[in-house]
Design a protein around this ligand. Structure first.
Ligand code: ADP
Ligand code: MG
Length: 228
């Protein structure tokens, strides 16, 4: 195309991609949302665990913020996901640190060294993240863990992509499904993690990790939709 030629049509949503700047915005937004929900996540974890999930997640996402300041311009989305993974592994602790760390390490591997992410790449990223958590924690759907938010999110994102949706709609579908999945952990008995020690007493309480997953995916959708 020469300088005077116009593209045939404005790019449709399906052609919009998300770059490193979006990943950085997503992490910053996540840090803000997790800080705001620190007490609420601690309270959920106090009901069926040891009360530290909000603290753990807040610590991890605050720890990456200064590292985002000095990123080289050529840093890929995958490299930022890897930085997030290593930061969470070294700062979050508990069950959630290695689980989210593995998730984002696998997500980083899934997107490779591309400069921006299309809808297919986002589905691959979320699928790899979920598979990483399963590999590490061996939870199945219905065990009352963060997997109960991730799996519906992956499925909804994949369906939206298959139906021709672009990045914003794929992430919105994933975020909505993750929120629904987190809510659906309320009536479950836990079969993994600390909550599994409680038996029936876990019934009626939301899984904190499923709730933090829903918050992270909501931040992803919000920042992507703000980009469009
Ligand atoms: P800890 O339980 O060590 O205090 P956190 O409170 O930070 O760690 O995280 C608890 C969350 O981790 C749970 O709400 C649950 O979602 C998740 N979790 C625990 N064990 C597993 C597992 N085996 N697979 C998937 N998620 C798990
Ligand atoms: Mg805990």
């Amino acid at each position: 195309m020469t300088l005077n030629e116009q593209p045939d049509a404005a790019p449709t949503d399906a052609l919009i991609t998300l770059d490193t700047a979006w990943i950085v915005r997503w992490i910053r937004q996540s840090a803000e949302v997790l800080a705001a929900n620190r007490t609420a996540l601690n309270t959920l974890d106090r009901d069926i665990g040891d009360g530290d999930h909000g603290e753990n997640m807040d610590r991890g996402f605050q720890a990456i913020l200064p590292k985002l300041e000095g990123l080289a311009v050529e840093t890929t989305p995958g490299a930022v996901l890897k930085l997030l993974a290593t930061t969470l592994i070294s700062t979050v602790g508990g069950a959630a640190g290695p689980l989210y760390g593995t998730a984002f390490l696998k997500a980083s591997g899934a997107v490779g060294s591309v400069e921006s992410l299309d809808a297919a790449a986002l589905v691959a990223l979320m699928t790899a993240a979920r598979d990483g958590i399963v590999l590490r924690g061996k939870a199945e759907s219905g065990d009352k863990t963060m997997i109960d938010a991730w799996t519906p999110a992956v499925n909804a994102g994949a369906s939206a992509h298959a139906a021709g949706s672009g990045v914003g709609a794929v992430l919105l579908a994933a975020a909505d499904a993750a929120s629904g999945g987190a809510q659906a952990t309320d009536p479950l008995v836990a079969r993994k993690g600390r909550a599994s020690y409680l038996g029936e007493r876990a019934v009626g309480h939301r899984d904190p990790g499923a709730q933090s997953t829903a918050l992270l995916l909501r931040a992803a959708a919000d920042t992507a939709l703000a980009t469009e």
